[in-house]
Design a protein around this ligand. Structure first.
Ligand SMILES: NC(=O)C1=CN([C@@H]2O[C@H](COP(=O)(O)OP(=O)(O)OC[C@H]3O[C@@H](n4cnc5c(N)ncnc54)[C@H](OP(=O)(O)O)[C@@H]3O)[C@@H](O)[C@H]2O)C=CC1
Ligand SMILES: O=C(O)CCC(=O)C(=O)O
Ligand SMILES: [Mg+2]
Length: 735
């Protein structure tokens, strides 16, 4: 068996993958000089699709299941993985990726939108496993430590990004249900003694017939197990009312969900919103639209495309146009893409901070800026956005130049909480009872449900909870700052967690260093703390980890892409995620049309330094330590000299920032005295990089439209290398 590389750098999609075409060869050249082997694993959407269907493909088209291999590796002490953001695909994205691969000669099966035969159902199940957030939960075998490196925070304070102004007159608000939601119906318990073992999830129909929905659901001792549901009829009433409410306010309508991460429940909720928006048109034509292949769960775009194929398309569209609706928050007003078009276009962790950063503003169909009604049906976490908006209305926008930082310690390991609930989420088939039956025959939780109610169960295991509390204690001790457990004693699940947290803090004698507050109160207090220039640590569950590590960085730094994002794996390895941001589809479009890549690799720079230092610490690899310290100096150099990419074609872009990173890195290695061999090796490289500056920056170009990388979901490696490594002078230095 071949040796596992010292560091694994993931192959992903979209902008970060394009950036890798330029940056990875540089990393390999530097690491190679120190005898460090950097391998790759393909976790891209296209790669995962190809790995799933070998029997449809020619021998030379097949590829290994790298995600599964990586999923094993992260459970070993030697793991050292740099994980870039990958696509968590909605159905429209998945279908587009399959179509691109088919056009490239991969004889993949079509995605069965409406599977009928057993074969189609089996194919659909295999595709569904690729859908949504299929990667992160597999790799996150540890809890999350996300924060801005000191240098990054200092840079943001000295170079504040643009922020919209907040007025106390703003009509922007968050709207949530007042009952019947997941928050209202949650039940939670900790598994003890004979309750442990394989549980079942069952649906009991009104006539007593029992259907087993999940046969083997292992629940270990100490696991916190929850169940809850959202009433479909309460949701529908709420959505209809929220449209009227938006009209009365004179604002624009927007819906904010996480259809990628919550890949079962949230597309259903999204579908309800599409149906509510279409109102009487859906009532009249819904069945026919469905028969024509239109699925509201896939968004308004999918429904409109189906209508286009119908004989009475014009009449239906006229009815839609005639609806009395408020204005709509747009994803792209130039292209007519509404908030309801595609479920993956408006992802709450990025979309709500965008509205808040802009001073509560969105853009409507005409491209006009205005206030928005931000509809977030469930109340479990919507309060954080509501409170943030209230805070800025009362106090004005955050002053970036003086604000402190909110770091996050997030409970994430082993598919913690809601983000692990996909296999245990069900739409109730009829009126009846949903229940969890334990190994000992006891019913743990049960709910009376109606047809269409969205019921889900989820768990968090004991070891991850204990590890999370320890991580929180470590971070608090190392920083000495305010530290808040964002837990709501009135919420069933949080109350179970508090039973772990309180005694653990008391046993360690540090209870006085921590506070526990419900999300709304914790939001207010954290905003007060950073407004006064101090720092806070938010210790949260998995969903708030996701939301807060975009919300605060986007307010404080302008983007979450610059965050340090460390996952201390529970088996001893390290997973270094690059930033908290996504994969920025807009950036790819800009590269293709203008040959400018505005992706900022700051997240990769930070992760690289951490990964090398981790290699030094865990493997006693002194050369890795020298490279790691030098990489940190290079990151500092990028910040000090403002070498990050500009947004517009013609400005220095991602490729330029990699040149500068290489140069600062080589300078630091040449200048250090801990390793004479490395210093001698890098001295001539540093000189060549400096001497070549004029030629290299000219060759790197930017703004010579268009650029062809040979694909969107699957680039042609040679073409991508040509676009992303256009400087012969630079390439020759690392040849
Ligand atoms: N960890 C992971 O694997 C994650 C994956 N995703 C996936 O990414 C895709 C898009 O997600 P979405 O949440 O819409 O976010 P985007 O990737 O579109 O990011 C939102 C905006 O943030 C800015 N941004 C993000 N990263 C960078 C960067 N490195 N450099 C400069 N600017 C940056 C860009 O602003 P501007 O356009 O103004 O330049 C961008 O448009 C989806 O497929 C999603 O599933 C999302 C989150 C995390
Ligand atoms: O896995 C995903 O889809 C998104 C993850 C994410 O947004 C995060 O962890 O911040
Ligand atoms: Mg996120």
């Amino acid at each position: 068996m071949s040796k596992t590389p010292d560091i694994i750098y993931t192959k992903v999609d979209e902008a970060p993958e394009l950036a890798s075409a330029s940056f990875l060869p540089i990393i390999r050249a530097f690491a190679g000089a120190a005898g460090i082997d950097v391998g790759t694993k393909d976790i891209s959407l296209a790669g995962r699709i190809i790995a799933t269907f070998p029997e449809f493909l020619k021998e030379d088209q097949r590829q290994s299941d790298d995600l599964a291999e990586l999923g094993q590796l992260v459970k070993t002490p030697g793991a050292n993985v740099i994980k870039l953001p990958n696509i968590s695909a909605s159905v429209p994205q998945l279908v587009a990726a399959v179509e691109e691969l088919q056009a490239k000669g991969y004889a993949l099966p079509d995605y069965p939108e409406d599977p009928q035969t057993d074969d189609e159902k089996a194919i659909r199940a295999r595709y569904d496993a690729i859908k949504g957030s299929a990667v992160n939960p597999v790799l996150r075998e540890g809890n999350s430590d996300r924060r801005a490196a000191k240098a990054v925070k200092n840079f943001a304070q000295k170079n504040p990004h643009s922020m919209g102004t907040w007025s106390s007159e703003s009509k922007t608000k968050v709207s949530s249900m007042t009952g019947g939601d997941f928050y209202a119906n949650e039940k939670s318990a900790t598994i003890i003694g004979a309750q442990a073992g394989d549980a079942k999830i069952e649906f009991v129909a009104a006539d007593g017939t029992v259907t087993v929905l999940k046969d083997v659901w292992p629940l270990e001792e100490g696991t916190v197990a929850d169940a809850t549901y959202m009433s479909a009829s309460d949701l529908a009433s709420f959505l209809a009312a929220s449209i009227e409410d938006t009209k009365a306010d004179g604002t624009m309508y927007s819906l904010h969900m996480k259809a990628t991460m919550m890949k079962v429940s949230d597309p259903i909720i999204f579908g309800h919103a599409v149906k509510a928006w279409l109102g009487p048109v859906w009532d009249a034509h819904g069945d026919a639209i469905s028969a024509a292949g239109g699925s509201p769960n896939s968004g308004l775009a999918d429904v409109l495309a189906a209508i286009d194929t119908m004989p009475n398309a014009d009449a239906i569209k006229a009815d839609i146009d005639a609806l009395d609706r408020p204005s709509m928050y747009m994803v792209d007003s130039d292209k007519g893409i509404t908030n309801l078009h595609v479920p993956s276009d408006v992802i709450i962790d990025a979309s709500m901070p965008a509205v808040i950063r802009a001073g509560g503003k969105g853009w409507d169909e005409t491209g006009a800026k205005g206030d928005a009604n931000c509809v977030i049906p469930d109340r479990c976490y919507s309060t954080i956005y509501d409170e943030t908006i209230n805070f800025f209305k009362a106090n004005g926008a955050l002053d970036v130049t003086t604000a402190g930082a909110v770091a996050n310690v997030g409970l994430m390991a082993q598919k913690a909480e809601e983000y692990g609930s996909h296999p245990t989420t069900f739409e109730a088939p009829a009126k009846g009872v949903m229940r969890i039956v334990l190994a000992n025959g006891e019913t743990l939780h049960s709910h009376d449900v109606d047809a269409g109610d969205i019921w889900r169960a989820c768990t968090v295991k004991k070891a991850p909870i204990e590890n999370w509390i320890e991580l929180a204690m470590d971070r608090q001790r190392l920083t000495g700052t305010e530290a808040i457990f964002w837990l709501d004693a009135n919420r069933a699940h949080d109350a179970e967690l508090i039973k772990y947290v309180k005694p653990a803090l008391e046993a360690a004698g540090v209870a006085d260093k921590f506070q526990t507050m419900a999300p709304r109160e914790a939001t207010r207090q954290s905003l007060q703390t950073i407004t006064s220039g101090k720092d806070s640590i938010a210790i949260t569950g998995n969903v708030l980890r996701d939301y807060l590590t975009d919300l605060f960085p986007i307010l404080e730094l302008g983007t979450s892409a610059k965050m340090l994002s460390i996952v201390k794996l529970m088996k001893g390895g390290g997973l270094f995620e690059t930033g908290a941001g996504g994969s920025a589809p807009k950036h790819v479009q800009q590269l293709h049309s203008e040959n400018h890549l505005r992706w900022d690799s700051m997240g990769e720079f930070c992760a690289l330094g951490e990964s090398l230092n981790f290699l030094a610490d865990t493997q006693g690899n002194a050369k890795a330590g020298v490279l790691g310290v030098a990489a940190e100096a290079a990151t500092q150099g990028i910040l000090d000299d403002n070498r990050s990419p500009g947004r517009k074609a013609g400005q220095p872009d991602n490729r330029h920032s990699h040149y500068w990173f290489a140069r600062y890195w080589a300078d630091a290695l040449a200048a250090q005295s801990d390793d004479a061999e490395l210093a001698a090796h890098f001295a001539p490289i540093a000189k060549a990089l400096a001497d070549g500056e004029a030629a290299i920056t000219a060759e790197l170009g930017s703004g010579e439209a268009p650029a062809d990388t040979g694909g969107y979901f699957r680039n042609d490696d040679e073409k991508a290398a040509k676009v992303m490594r256009p400087s012969e002078t630079l390439n020759a230095i690392f040849a």
